[in-house]
Design a protein around this ligand. Structure first.
Ligand code: NAI
Length: 357
């Protein structure tokens, strides 16, 4: 799970040195076994919108910190994507014992409903559209559900991957002056919903792929279909490649990775890639352009929001997601003008936008 050190971990009431969360709810439901944390970082722009993660953690403290970091990231993401929503996130702690999944997510739906609309949920790692259907039985504050006869909505991953692709392309142009990915080498960490779709797009664009996943069937398929070079999961962050695209879980840019990696650009789908902003500073000093996760992976939330509002068709959603490209260029401009590392510049930019809209 998103690895947290003491520099990035939260106190009970918020992340170190950052404005505190507006609301943090800890909830249990004995009948279903639900143990959940809902973290609402900000509702300044509107209700807090962000997915629900279902994951097994080393400790409850780790789950708590994950919820806090993820919800803050959602506030930045929604603000930078100009969505009329604040940021929040839910974490359901996955226990090793078998549970009735339907009952668990129905109980989670009751929890979301009890918050009276300050938090709107959707899929995240470990949850599916079916889970969201169970949530929907209890609350209307949910998105990411395929609608009959609608060509938009449902699983947000393809739109996330499209946004990451657009953002990666823009980051390569901004940092390296190249307008095509033909011949550009990209190391992709994680070949799940987002990483796989991204690989397909990168391969079509002529990129040379280096891949790693804990699931060997996925890497073998990538080798066959994309002529990808497969490396161990422990090596993917240290290979020689132009671009690194973290698409597994968070925390892949550790102090050691930031200090030693050989990439020129980092742009990927995973949330909370940096252990802390300090790693972003190190990358910047070393001339590596880091396109922040919460800027480039907004495609999924844009899709969920438009589905929730019932306000867009597929082409309009894709056009909105494509705006991630110009935003990466604007961030590069802000970095040039201020001398501040992209991660810090993006946080400052998001905070400017975290006001009522
Ligand atoms: P997923 O669960 O479908 O895929 C994750 C992949 O990473 C799996 O193939 C897994 O085997 C692999 N993996 C796990 N640990 C690994 C390791 N140490 N090294 C290499 N591979 C490893 O998840 P999904 O939906 O693709 O999401 C990936 C990331 O993108 C997550 O951090 C998620 O929070 C983030 N994200 C996803 C969005 C979406 O729409 N699915 C939206 C925004 C962010």
């Amino acid at each position: 799970m998103d690895r947290l050190t003491t520099t990035a971990a939260g106190t009970l009431f918020g992340l170190h040195g950052e404005p505190a969360h507006e609301r943090i709810v800890l909830a249990t439901d004995e009948a279903s076994g639900l143990q959940a944390i809902v973290a609402v970082y900000s509702t300044a722009r509107g209700p807090a919108f962000g997915g629900c993660r279902f994951w097994q953690y080393a400790s409850d403290h780790e789950a708590y910190n994950d919820a806090l970091r993820l919800s803050q990231g959602m506030a930045f993401k929604n603000a930078l994507a100009d969505l009329p929503f604040g940021g929040g996130k839910a974490v359901i702690v996955r226990r090793p014992q078998t549970l009735d999944r339907g009952a668990l997510f129905t109980a989670f739906g009751r929890l979301v409903e009890s918050l009276e609309g300050i938090y709107i949920t959707a899929e995240d790692v470990g949850t599916t559209a079916d889970d969201m259907r169970a949530v929907q039985a209890e609350t209307r504050f949910v998105s990411g559900i395929p609608r009959e006869n609608a060509v938009y909505g449902g699983n947000p991953s393809p739109r996330t991957a499209y946004g990451v692709f657009v953002g990666l392309l823009a980051a390569v142009e901004a940092a390296l002056g190249r307008t095509s990915l033909d011949g550009v080498s990209v190391a992709v960490q994680g070949l799940g919903s987002v990483g796989w779709d991204l690989c397909e797009r990168l391969h079509q664009a002529g990129a040379q792929l280096i891949v790693a996943d804990i699931d060997a069937t996925r890497t073998a398929r990538a080798q066959d279909l994309f002529n990808a070079r497969v490396v161990a999961t422990t090596d993917i962050a240290s290979v020689q490649a132009d671009v690194f695209a973290p698409c597994a879980l968070g925390g892949s840019i550790t102090e050691a990775v930031a200090a030693n990696c050989q990439f020129k650009v980092i742009a990927g789908g995973a949330n909370n890639q940096l252990i802390s902003l300090a790693e972003g500073d190190v990358l910047h000093r070393r001339g590596i352009f880091y396109a922040p996760d919460f800027l480039v992976n907004a495609g999924g939330i844009i899709s969920c929001v438009r589905e929730y509002l019932g306000s867009a068709q597929e082409q309009a959603v894709l056009a909105e997601v494509a705006q991630i490209g110009p935003r990466v260029f604007e961030l590069a401009e802000r970095v040039r003008a201020s001398g501040v590392a992209p991660a810090r510049a993006a946080v400052a930019w998001a905070r400017e936008k975290m006001v009522a809209c």
